[in-house]
Design a protein around this ligand. Structure first.
Ligand code: ZN
Ligand code: FE
Length: 257
């Protein structure tokens, strides 16, 4: 008998203008935080729940993802986990990880995938049906290519697309509405995008996160995950280009949107 996949409960702590620190727990009140760019809001969130912080997972070295780490480590004694290969520019790691690792963290089974492109050392974490993607994938968008080629990022996104469609995607930023504008500019008559716009506006007006999204939804509507769709590419005048070339052209366009 196939058991239904267990769904992880994940909560958001908003920090800065548009970052989320994602929080989850497998053992009661023993939390794991992903990319705490700032400590105060996370600390307060934990105290309100009389909870502890056992681990911190880091996707990459940018300050809006690591800024709160040292303070949270001091306050809660949390163990820090991040890419071994990027340790020189991350806070001091208690445990260095790399592609393919599977860890037992505070009762959760955590799988590591490396997704270079936004930075060379970017990694993402899969816990049950949840995927913490940092700045690799956003809802309807993807991360900027600070240290990787379009080819590298395209391959990283392929790796994500091979996961089950029901995977819940937890990016580190609330960029959905802007990304939606870009997607709609490419394809102004897409009924699914037009339908989604109402929902995104309502959430935005009420300060409700648009996230998580699902891999199924992103495969259908995210321009950066549709580069293999020839019919769609033809509409954009990109029929003669390879999927990787289409990706590079769209990423460049998005930089100037
Ligand atoms: Zn970043
Ligand atoms: Fe970021």
């Amino acid at each position: 008998m196939i058991m239904p996949q267990e769904s992880l409960i994940v909560e958001a702590v908003p920090v800065f203008a548009d970052n989320y620190v994602w929080m989850f727990a497998c053992n009661n009140n023993d939390y794991v935080a992903v990319d705490p760019g700032e400590a105060t809001a996370v600390s307060q969130w934990l105290k309100e729940r009389k909870a502890t912080l056992s681990h911190i997972l880091l996707t990459h070295h940018h300050n809006d993802h690591i800024g709160g780490v040292e303070s949270l480590q001091r306050e809660f004694g949390a163990k820090i986990i991040g890419n071994k290969a990027d340790a020189h520019r991350l806070p001091t790691l208690d445990h260095g990880i790399s592609q393919g690792d599977s860890l037992d963290i505070a009762g959760c089974q955590v799988q590591v995938l490396d997704t270079p492109g936004h930075t060379v050392g970017h990694v993402i974490y899969k816990v049950a049906d949840a995927l913490f993607v940092g700045d690799t994938l956003f809802s309807l968008g993807c991360g900027r290519l600070f240290e990787g080629s379009p080819q590298t990022m395209w391959q990283s996104l392929q790796k994500i697309q091979n996961l089950p469609d029901s995977t819940k995607i937890y990016p580190a930023h609330e960029y959905t509405l802007t990304n939606h504008g870009f997607a709609l500019s490419l394809e102004p008559d897409n009924q699914d995008l037009l339908e989604l716009q109402k929902e995104l506006m309502r959430k935005n007006d009420n300060n409700i996160p648009s996230l998580p999204t699902t891999l199924a939804q992103e495969k259908k509507l995210n321009p950066f995950l549709r580069t293999e769709d020839d019919e769609w590419a033809a509409k954009l005048g990109l029929a003669t280009k390879s999927p990787q070339e289409r990706f590079a052209i769209l990423r460049e366009k998005r930089n100037h949107f």
